[in-house]
Design a protein around this ligand. Sequence first.
Ligand code: MIC
Ligand code: SF4
Length: 643
Amino acid sequence: MGSTISQKIIREHLLSGEMKPGSEVSIRIDQTLTQDSTGTMAYLQFEAIGVPRVKTELSVAYIDHNTLQTGFENADDHEYIKTVASKYGIRFSKPGNGVCHQVHIERFGVPGKTLLGSDSHTPTCGGLGMLAIGAGGLDVAVAMGGGPYFITMPEICRIELSGKLSDWVSAKDVILEILRIMSVKGGVGKIIEYGGEGVLSLTVPERATITNMGAELGATTSIFPSDEITREFLRSQGREDDHIELKADDDAVYDQVIEIDLSTIEPLAAKPHSPDNVEAVKSIGKMKIDQVCIGSCTNSSYADMMKTAAILKGKTVHKDVSLVIAPGSKQVLSMIAENGALYDMIAAGARILEAACGPCIGMGQSPKTDAVSLRTNNRNFYARSGTASANVYLVSPETAAYSAINGYLSDPREMGDCYKVQIPEHFMINDNLVVLPSDGSQEVTVVRGPNIKQFPINKPLENDLKGEVLIVLEDNITTDHIMPSNAKLLPFRSNIPYLADYCLTPCDPEFPARAKSKGGGIIVAGSNYGQGSSREHAALAPLQLGIKAVIAVSFARIHMANLINNGIIPLTFENAEDKVKVKQSDILEIDNIANALKGIGRVDVSVRNITTGDIYDTYVILSERQSSMLLAGGLLNYTRQEI
Ligand code: MIC
Ligand code: SF4
């Protein structure tokens, strides 16, 4: 039986386990990336592990999220990351160099290699045929120290693409179509592999838009083959030597196959407040808009910017619309500055932002009250824009730019003749914003500003667990609900005690105070709890507040790993209906939990509701390592024990 693309890469990197869907495997990580909003924590944890220098082939620390610098906090974090990177052998991508995923695919990603990134959109490099996975900072810290990365061996879902995209229909519309079909839970426990003749009509940046937003499917990662188009892309980046051919065997077997004819896709939009709430632009109709943001790691490539500029050229942005554009990298920005496309944007009235995440994570450009904002980002979770009453629609750059001129949501196909981007043979290569680390011969002092505070470390698990239900949550609670991120909070990513006061406040502003007054307790939630970001702050802030366990109908992959990494027990309801029976303030008790969690595989845990007398059957599926981590009170304690 032949192998799929990801099975080939996993086999080549396999350190332990059997490649059988559902069982735990560990793999060797070739490259890591961090960004600043998860990076401070990842490096503090890396330092706590105590390894003198990274053991990966390449590790890069990007500064792209917290670039507003409204106070000293962000700048202090940048200095910490710069110095820690230099000391431990990590390249430092300075603020201004661009969004981590865009820069990584341009300058560092290599087909067939593994990449672990402390950001959920790390699968962007899957567009190059790389096995690129998002994880919590602690997992990335362990990988930097040469430790294995553990995952549950995913099922492989093949998306068979045929046909070609119609004029003005974009790669963004492809992934929105897939989200419409599969939903934000549809990729959980799966790797999405693309194949079929339709792949041949997609460029690497288009493929990267699709793998990037595969994160919204809940998938472990997404990957395209590495073919002649990949070689061309790498050649244009002066890196042809990095190319290898990588494709699935003809007789590879898949757990699921979905067929999509690219020619049938039309311009789509994800409506508030979920990336899978997808409808055709045409059928939503000519909705008045207030703001348009073009950029983010999903849609900020050279081609995306050139299409945007071509649509704006000679036009004026509608008087009631604020259009902001954030090119994805210094390379993209330099190239559009040189060829005049930037002029076309500015002349049309666009506000140009630096090459960074910016509005995507609420770092500036929060829209006005009740605004309709069209964005080319990948997430439109409630309140993520920084304005809770705003309605964010996710669209392609083509739809966004054309709508910005009209003042209402518009189908770009109305523009008639389609602009075709000429991809240059050679991209502008100037890596002068990537600082190389010290060679280890000289002592580097790591600089820690006053904003960098000790993060909480759990204690070994006690045998009986009793706690009050502090909150009962709905389905699809995102990490933006659990640990909101915006211009006011992002500067405190290295200050968990401060952040904890905002934990779950979009769901209930009283939650942090209640958790503190009760001395901690238990969270009860619906399905897909913790979807979205890789931020382990969504586990660390609850830990700071004394949360001992989360009982949910189901969990998102990265968040579940982050909970276990921090010694918070994630229990799944055996019967989803039991969730409805639990009320806030009920007291729950689990006897003998530490003994039970010594078990491996599926561990059944019975939870007694002392208030109502009900018993709930719950379970957790644990590998030996995860069991040891929970008993030790988290990965850090466990790793120290192991070392
Ligand atoms: C996001 O898009 O939500 C982020 C901000 O990039 C996060 C990382 C973070 O919370 O810092 C992610 O995707 O993992
Ligand atoms: Fe940055 Fe947005 Fe991409 Fe996250 S999704 S890495 S915030 S651009």
